[in-house]
Design a protein around this ligand. Structure first.
Ligand code: MG
Ligand code: MG
Length: 251
C-alpha cells in the first residue's frame, strides 16, 4: 500500500533526511586509508544518536551495523568489520538511514579513497548523474517506470549496467514501503506518482555485467564478474512540480 504523507509527516521526514545526510558528511570526513569499516560505522552511529535519532539499519532483519559499507566489487549491504581496512584506491559505498520521531531517511554515496582509476571515477559520476536524470521525471502524474527508464537509459548510454535484483522503494514510517522503484522500466508504465509520496531512489550501477550474487555471510551483494559497482541514493518527496530532496544536509 502506497502511503501519501501530509505536510506534518513530510516535515518529520525532512528532519530524518537531514540527519541522514549529515551522517554521510561524517562518513565523507572519516573515510580514509587505514580506517576500518567498523570504526567508520561507529562514528556514523554516534553521530545519529547524538542527533536524537536511531540508525534505521541497526538490527533491521538482523543487520549488525548502523551503515552498510561496501567496497569496490561489493554492490550493497556490506557488513562493517574491524578486519576490513580501507586502502588507497578503494571505492567505498556508505548507505545510511536515520529514524527520527518515527520516520526514516535513507541515502547512500560512493567515496573514492586516494588514487582510483579513471573508470572508477566515471562510474561514480555516471551513477550520481543517473539519480538526477530520475529527478527530472519524478513528479505527480508520471509513473514509476519513467524513473527506471530515465536511470537505465542514461547508464546504458554511458556503457555501464544497472542491478536488477535490488531496487529503490517507498520510505516513511517503514524503511521500505511500497512502491518498489526499479532502476529500469518502461516509460508510462508502473504505479502512478502522487504528490506526498516519499521515495528512496537508488541507482546501483555496475562497470561490467548487471549480474550480482550474495556472499556466504548472507548480506554482502557483489558483482558476479568481480568488476566495480557504485551506488547513489536520496530520499525524495513527490510534488506537482520539482521533487523535494529530503536527504539534503542544507535544508
Ligand atoms: Mg539505502
Ligand atoms: Mg534504500
Amino acid at each position: 500500500m502506497v502511503i501519501i504523507k501530509k505536510s506534518e509527516q513530510l516535515m518529520l521526514m525532512q528532519k530524518a533526511g537531514r540527519i541522514t545526510a549529515e551522517a554521510l558528511l561524517v562518513a565523507r570526513e572519516n573515510v580514509r586509508v587505514g580506517i576500518s569499516t567498523k570504526e567508520l560505522d561507529t562514528k556514523i552511529r554516534r553521530f545519529i544518536e547524538k542527533c536524537g535519532a536511531t540508525p534505521s539499519f541497526l538490527g533491521y532483519n538482523g543487520f549488525p551495523g548502523s551503515a552498510c559499507i561496501s567496497l569496490n566489487n561489493q554492490v550493497i549491504h556490506g557488513i562493517p568489520s574491524d578486519k576490513v581496512i580501507i586502502k588507497d584506491g578503494d571505492i567505498v559505498k556508505v548507505d545510511v538511514g536515520a529514524r527520527y520521531r518515527g520516520y526514516n531517511g535513507d541515502s547512500a554515496r560512493t567515496f573514492a579513497v586516494g588514487k582510483v582509476s579513471d573508470e572508477a571515477l566515471r562510474l561514480i559520476s555516471v551513477t550520481e548523474q543517473s539519480f538526477y536524470e530520475a529527478m527530472k521525471v519524478a513528479k505527480a502524474g508520471n509513473r514509476v517506470g519513467d524513473i527506471g527508464y530515465a536511470i537505465e537509459s542514461f547508464v546504458i548510454s554511458n556503457g555501464f549496467s544497472v542491478v536488477r535484483e535490488y531496487v529503490g522503494h517507498g520510505v516513511g514510517a517503514d524503511l521500505h514501503e511500497d512502491p518498489s522503484v526499479p532502476n529500469y522500466g518502461t516509460q508510462g508504465r508502473g504505479p502512478r506518482l502522487y504528490s506526498g509520496m516519499t521515495l528512496a531512489i537508488e541507482p546501483m550501477v555496475n562497470a561490467g555485467f548487471a549480474n550480482v550474487k550474495v556472499l556466504k555471510d548472507g548480506w554482502t551483494v557483489v558483482t558476479a564478474d568481480g568488476k566495480l559497482s557504485a551506488h547513489y541514493e536520496n530520499s525524495i518527496a513527490i510534488t506537482d512540480g520539482d521533487p523535494i530532496l529530503l536527504t539534503d544536509a542544507e535544508n
